[in-house]
Design a binder for this molecule. Sequence first.
Ligand code: ZN
Length: 142
Amino acid sequence: MNKEQTQQIVNLLHEDYRDCKVQIIKSKSQFIKWKIVELVKLKSFAFIHRKYIWSHSKEVLSNEVAGSYNSKLKNIQVYQFSMLEDCKDLYTSLVLFHELRHHYQDKYGRLDRHDIEDDCNRFAWKMYDRYYAEIKNILEIN
Ligand SMILES: [Zn+2]
């Protein structure tokens, strides 16, 4: 999935979801590079944040996490290297919708609610089903 395709998929959603920076990370080395950039940007934050980044990075590099939303940097990362080759781009769309919903929750002060993951999963599947034909078209999948 290239930048243009990612933007086209984001644009399927309401404008509330379009103001978040999205990075599709294709390799572990690219992920490590971005984490270093992030650590530099976050250098003014407390040690606890850096400790969180470290434990989160370990999970990502073990392929345990498919995507994340960073409420400090207001950005989304989707980790394509953790996905099966066959359905990588379709799955990326689903993860993208999930993480964009976290951005929406953040925007409306809902990130501390207990049901945010259920809400994200519901939203992601709903959008995936609704725009399945458009997504396949954008990704040039038959
Ligand atoms: Zn989530």
